[in-house]
Ligand binder design. Structure first.
Ligand code: ZN
Length: 167
């Protein structure tokens, strides 16, 4: 296992549309393991492959259960197949240091995906888990939290990010 470096805005790898993940390979299993370790070390509730420089449809999420026990999920080729009414959450992103934004997303989502062995699965998620899934699936389409901000706030962050990179 290894902690991978996290790519930050405006790295172009974060803007590409990711390709279909191929289940069952040693490579994808290793990547998923490393992404989980990277997410826990950060710490974060989710991580998408583009955030570690790989444009593959793979995300990991752990929104924890009510008791705070670890609850890791690894999803290949996730697609949202149903969604409910919306809820607003204050979100952050490991690729957008020092940026948070309140975003409205569906409170409940159903997601179809494959597990690491290629088995087709479905899950129903709500609240923080649902929000994290939608956030991570956005990454696979090159969409970032900052895109939901007003043009003014987006511009301010763009300048701030430039300054942070220059340090
Ligand atoms: Zn993110």
């Amino acid at each position: 296992m290894a902690i991978l470096p996290i790519r930050t805005f405006p790295d172009p790898v974060l803007r590409k549309t990711s390709a279909e993940a191929e289940p069952g390979t040693g490579e994808i299993k290793q990547l998923a393991e490393d992404m989980l370790e990277t997410m826990y070390a950060a710490p974060g509730v989710g991580l998408a492959a583009p955030q570690v420089g790989v444009n593959t449809n793979l995300i990991v999420v752990d929104a924890r259960n009510a008791l705070g026990n670890p609850d890791p999920h690894v999803l290949l080729n996730p697609i949202i197949t149903a969604s409910s009414d919306s809820v607003a959450f204050e979100e952050g992103c490991l690729s957008l240091p020092e940026f948070t934004l309140e975003v409205e997303r569906s409170r409940v989502v159903q997601v179809a995906y494959q597990d690491l062995d290629g088995t087709e699965k479905n899950l129903l998620a709500e609240d923080l888990f649902a929000v994290a899934l939608q956030h991570e699936i956005d990454h696979l389409h090159g969409r970032l939290l900052v895109d939901y901000a007003s043009p003014v706030k987006r511009d301010m962050y763009r300048r701030k990010a430039k300054k942070m990179k220059a340090l």
